[in-house]
Design a protein around this ligand. Structure first.
Ligand code: NOJ
Length: 588
């Protein structure tokens, strides 16, 4: 039981699953409601780690501006930028102290305006992070709120007066004691923080708070930003009587947090008051959301969000019940079933997203591929093929386009992420197995995905002339943008080619998805069909040669892309080499 209450965002992956057999058997064609945000490819930039222009070791907006031509050259359409607002950086910008100001380490509002202009001039859209489940304890609202029980901002946050006794247990992702209630002496009361103590939860049940949020959203939209990625948005509504955790959620707080009593009313209100007034894209971080509830968020008729990120793919390969540790018994058929299930749920309504990496995950090639020298190249290309052939909007995390891999720190002093550091502190206090924990973090920690961008083989990989805020991966000597640009067969150039293929084949965006050979333990194969044209995607997840038998009705035609040189087509089947990936015509 105790094992579950870990200090990590990754526990949000604890969504329940299951899909009705009726849905799974549905044979109706894919939804064809076209929209620009369904057709785009999104590139996620973690600005702290992208490019430093002033030598302070932290990536910044001017650095990002200097790389806009590179981003444009990738062929992506949208950039999702992690938070750049004023923040004391307890959680790298996910603790905001002023929603209308830029963090000085990142630059100024003039830099932001120049960034937006530079992106729009290149035809790239900008999606900003919207972090409004919580703010920073340095935000003026919280300073006011904690100053007195009668302060006008008191109800902007959730307070539990000490005279009522200890509040019912709420679990916190990052707290050193995993306790989401923190006692504040000034007013003899506890405040709620689902994340760290420096990230107090805003009280959305208070209409004034909601108006503040809508106001700040309009501020950025009126500047011209093109949408929002909404941080832990399913957590915003709370039962303010704070009852004991209902028994059915025992061991799964995130699922409870994602079912607040007024969540969907608030999302509909946000849509009415803000979203519906702009042509934008929205993606919620669907923490705690189970597939059964997916359409409540994105069914067009409900007028809430357009898309959200589910957590079941990033859940694969983590130990159930304690997500700070990798799971060595993972199976490919389970991963395929997850993709299949999340495709089917949006077959008639709504729309999905697909990602294999982000700033909360370790590197894609290290987790789902194979980052050892013989296979890093082919497995990274194979994963890009997967990302860019799904019926969902693809999100590519910076650095994955060159196959950046886990740094695998062995010393706790190298970590900067509060999730790893606070969990380690607690384990140490409890006399837990620190060596086992560190071995696990080397595979799954968030800092693996946050090491600086590898631009070249030189000092600090060309990221900064100062001391980087987080160590640069020593493999930048061979894995870097400069080298990849020169090699026509690099992961980078394959990624560009794959984007071009997605853009020229509407079947890869809108086509129906059908899983083939579901129990094949080594190959992920599926078709995408639209208006009589059927494309087969076959992806090897194995270090061995693997075969796929194709249905007799398939007529293998043109090979549209292949990450290796030899064709795998053999008669009416495929024989794939390790980590081989192909897209092939199989019908008109
Ligand atoms: C989800 C964000 O992606 C993560 O980085 C952050 O720590 C938490 N939400 C809290 O804002």
């Amino acid at each position: 039981m105790k094992r579950f209450f870990v200090l990590t965002i990754l526990a949000m992956l604890a969504t329940s699953c299951g899909n009705s057999s009726a849905e799974r058997q549905s044979a109706a064609p894919a939804s064809l409601h076209k929209a620009w945000w369904k057709e785009v490819v999104v590139y996620q930039v973690y600005p702290r780690s992208f490019k430093d222009s002033d030598g302070d070791g932290v990536g910044d907006l001017k650095g990002l501006i200097s790389q806009l031509d590179y981003i444009k050259s990738l062929g992506v359409d949208v950039v999702w930028l992690n938070p750049i607002y004023a923040s004391p950086n307890d959680d790298n910008g996910y603790d905001i102290s002023d929603y209308r100001a830029i963090m000085p380490e990142m630059g100024t509002m003039a830099d932001f305006d120049a960034l937006l202009k530079g992106m729009h001039e290149r035809g790239i859209k900008l999606v900003m992070d919207l972090v409004v489940n919580h703010c920073s304890d340095d935000h003026e609202w919280f300073k006011q709120s904690r100053s007195g029980r009668n302060n006008g901002y008191r109800d902007y946050f959730h307070w539990w007066p000490a005279e009522k006794g200890t509040p019912p247990k709420r679990w916190s992702f990052f707290d050193e004691e995993s306790n989401a209630w923190h006692f504040d002496r000034t007013t003899e009361a506890y405040y709620l923080h689902y994340f760290s103590r420096k990230q107090p939860d805003l009280n959305w049940e208070n209409p004034k708070v909601r108006q503040e949020v809508y106001g700040l959203m309009k501020f950025w939209l009126d500047k011209g930003v093109d949408g929002f990625r909404m941080d832990v948005i399913p957590f915003i509504s709370k039962d303010t009587t704070f009852p004991p955790l209902p028994a059915e959620y025992n061991g799964n707080y995130p699922a409870y947090y994602a079912k607040g009593p007024h969540l969907h009313e608030f999302l509909q209100e946000m849509n009415r008051e803000v979203l519906s007034k702009y042509d934008l894209m929205t993606v919620g971080e669907g923490a705690g959301v189970a597939v059964e509830d997916a359409l409540k968020f994105v069914d067009e008729d409900r007028k809430e969000l357009q898309t959200f990120f589910h957590f079941e793919v990033s859940d694969w390969g983590r130990r159930k019940g304690d997500f700070m540790y990798p799971d060595s018994s993972r199976r490919l058929p389970d991963l395929k079933a997850v993709f299949d299930k999340w495709d089917k749920v949006f077959e008639h309504k709504g729309w999905g997203t697909v990602y294999l990496g982000n700033h909360d995950q370790s590197r894609m090639v290290s987790r789902y591929g194979n980052d050892t020298p013989p296979y890093r190249d082919s497995s990274a290309k194979m994963l890009h093929t997967l990302l860019l052939t799904m019926r969902a909007t693809p999100y590519i995390y910076f650095g994955d386009e060159i196959g950046m891999s886990n740094i695998r720190f062995t010393d706790i002093r190298d970590y900067r992420d509060l999730a790893t550091i606070n969990y380690y502190k607690r384990l140490k206090k409890e006399g837990g197995n620190l060596a086992e924990f560190l071995a696990g973090q080397a595979e799954v920690s968030r800092d693996n995905g946050r090491t600086p961008m590898q631009w070249n083989a030189g000092l600090n990989a060309g990221f900064t002339r100062g001391t980087p805020w987080l160590k640069v991966n020593p493999n930048h000597a061979t894995i870097n943008v400069e080298g990849a640009e020169k090699d026509p067969n690099s992961i980078l150039n394959y990624f560009r080619k794959m984007i071009r293929l997605r853009k020229t084949e509407p079947a890869l965006v809108y086509g129906k998805f059908d899983l083939l050979d579901a129990e094949n333990p080594d190959v992920f194969a599926y078709t995408r069909s639209l208006e009589g044209r059927t494309l087969l995607v076959a992806l090897s997840f194995s270090t061995k040669g693997s075969s796929v038998a194709l249905p007799a009705r398939f007529k293998t035609g043109k090979l549209l892309i292949n990450n290796l040189t030899e064709s795998p087509v053999q008669g009416n089947g495929l024989m794939l080499k390790p980590y081989q990936a192909v897209v092939l015509e199989v019908g008109k």
